[in-house]
Design a protein around this ligand. Structure first.
Ligand SMILES: [Zn+2]
Length: 274
């Protein structure tokens, strides 16, 4: 959550909502604390991505202040505090400003395409504590609740780092995506075990690198297919590992990383690969 999430698209800055009654979308116990930082979704789109973040702040109240402050130009639909308390700040029908410069599967206006949840956690720069059980229970319930109202495919339940791997680490490798999957939320496969192979890494070139980049791109990541293992490839592989192979997050495409990615692609419903 930084100023880079600020909306800069002047054509979308009108809040055409003065006569609408906005309020909680969720039937879960939650507080409505409206943020002024939103606008209509581009072309009145329906959300088809659920995007999870961490707040990167020490206290959830500070994050809520910030997300509701007109000066910051950032917002999010929901925030889930460490104790599980849910706050909604932007109506699900509106475009909140949480994704910034992002990409997934050809989509570049992730804010228009998504519903965002900020999960209170100080983040990697401030010790990155575990996500408490009460918070995970609430995140799980909220995700289920949102998915019941919108047509969001499992592979479109993503972390901020998935859609902005060059800039973002959130919600990070401690976030329990496997748990959500077991609760029917998102797309996930059991990671392949880590072996002792050295793997592909920055500076490598050739068809194996091209193959890796093609798999990442097919799954949805912004990945060029140059055959050169560039810094960008390191960043995308790192983002993939945070989400799908969290036992080792190093940006090196070892056999375990590639096999997990292959398995994930093979598990995608056929229509999503069209
Ligand atoms: Zn984020």
């Amino acid at each position: 959550m930084t100023n880079t999430e600020t909306n800069t698209d002047e054509t979308l800055n009108e809040n055409e909502n003065e006569h609408e009654t906005l309020g909680l979308d969720t039937t879960l116990e939650a507080v409505w604390r409206p943020s002024p930082n939103y606008q209509p979704r581009r072309d009145n789109r329906k959300p088809n991505i659920l995007l999870l973040h961490y707040t990167a702040m020490e206290k959830p109240e500070w994050a809520i202040e910030r997300l509701c402050d007109e000066e910051t130009g950032v917002s999010c639909h929901y925030l889930v505090a460490e104790d599980g308390a849910i706050t909604q700040m932007v109506s699900e029908s509106k475009r909140a400003w949480h994704a910034g410069h992002s990409y997934w599967a050809g989509e570049t206006d992730i804010n228009s395409a998504s519903i965002g949840i900020e999960i209170a956690n100080p983040g990697h720069e401030l010790g990155y504590p575990d996500f408490p059980e009460a918070q995970m229970q609430a995140v799980e319930a909220l995700c289920k609740d949102i998915l019941s109202r919108h047509d969001i495919p499992p592979s479109h339940v993503l972390g901020h780092s998935d859609v902005a791997p060059r800039r973002k680490k959130d919600p990070g490798e401690k976030f329990d995506w496997a748990r959500l999957y077991r609760a029917g939320i998102g797309h996930w496969v059991e990671p392949e075990p880590i072996g002792d192979d050295i793997g592909l890494r920055q500076g490598d070139k050739g068809d194996e690198v091209r193959y890796l980049q093609k798999l990442l791109s097919d799954y949805g990541y912004l990945s060029g297919i140059s055959g050169r293992y560039s810094k960008e490839t390191v960043q995308v592989v790192t983002a993939f590992q945070r989400h799908f192979r969290p036992a080792r997050v190093d940006g090196v495409a070892d056999r375990s990383t590639i096999a997990t990615l292959e398995k994930l692609l093979a598990a995608l419903p056929a229509k999503q690969l069209a």
